[in-house]
Design a protein around this ligand. Sequence first.
Ligand code: NAD
Ligand code: DAU
Length: 353
Amino acid sequence: MTILVTGGAGFIGSNFVLDWFEHAGEPVVNLDALTYAGNLRNLASLAGDARHVFVRGDIGDRPLVDRLLAEHRPRAIVNFAAESHVDRSILGPAAFIKTNVEGTFTLLEAARVFVQALELAERERFRFLHVSTDEVYGSLAPGAPAFTEAHPFEPNSPYSASKAASDHLVRAWHHTYGLPVLTTNCSNNYGPYHFPEKLIPLVIVNALAGKPLPVYGDGLQVRDWLYVRDHCSAIRTVLAKGRPGETYNVGGWNEKPNIEIVKTVCALLDEMRPDPAGARSRLITHVKDRPGHDRRYAIDARKIERELGWRPAETFETGIRKTVRWYLDHADWVHEVQSGAYRDWVAANYVAR
Ligand code: NAD
Ligand code: DAU
């Protein structure tokens, strides 16, 4: 048996593929377009491993997806492929509609046709797992209860609107066509291979370079942080035990304001690699806020615990320490991803702030 993973060269997808093999998973066909966010170096440890078949391509390329399904006959599709950065969606939303909405539609259609032609036993075993985000639920007021799976969708950014649209398509393909889908809505991940356009890796790499640490607005926006390998274990669990048609919220029970995250990272760097120029917190710089910035996300992860027995293994304290250590030990990886295109993005996003 095989599974088809899309977006498996990105941050969470590559962690998932590595984690999958560490847990004796079946062979993986990894379909990834290798946008700026995809990096085969994340999967270097799998070089020469026949269990991993990498295919460079777009989830919106229907003939390619049809061919991969016919050739490999996967028992599941796990869809990570997406444009994932909110700030990029504000500066250029078109790619988000193309991949997150049209791409997911194409995958669903290909899966529908493929599954219809399967024998009954294979059809019953097949799963389409769609990896989504807590951002589809919108923003919470301080003190409001955390998002449950029944919370209405109120997306506020082009990114979250495109993910909400894809979640709706996934739901409809189950309801109308009986496609055996599963959806996970997860909170903010952090950990190894996180592209340094996102808050935690950006703060680590800037702090090590003695550059300003940009905090949007007052820095009191709250996110619920989950170590990436815990997200991977949640996806494995949902794939194995989730009920088709259901959605599962995944979170770390770790709500923290951004400014606290930035200060924690500074303190860990000061401890692990002291800076003769002084405490890294001196680099914190408040900059113009993100337009439409969601104030607070919080995930109520009781359903996945109650029904499937999943809980995160890491606390924020253990996860963030591992993450800072990983970046200190992988300066080559950081250097490689800070290419010309990365510098262009930093200029586009931060110069006007
Ligand atoms: P990422 O941006 O690091 O990686 C996305 C990957 O998808 C890249 O390898 C990229 O090359 C690939 N890709 C993009 N467009 C593609 C296309 N058209 N066809 C094939 N491949 C394509 O993203 P991530 O942070 O790893 O997120 C993965 C998924 O998890 C996304 O669907 C995202 O919405 C969701 N998610 C992310 C987080 C988070 O905190 N990062 C939290 C919850 C959910
Ligand atoms: O909640 C899940 C989502 O988490 C995922 O669906 C997205 O794919 C992922 O990118 C992430 O979205 P956020 O917008 O929350 O992540 P980001 O790391 O971009 O920002 C985290 C918080 O930090 C947010 O409130 C904005 C703020 N921020 C971010 C950057 C890049 C800053 O203050 N300064 C920065 O330079």
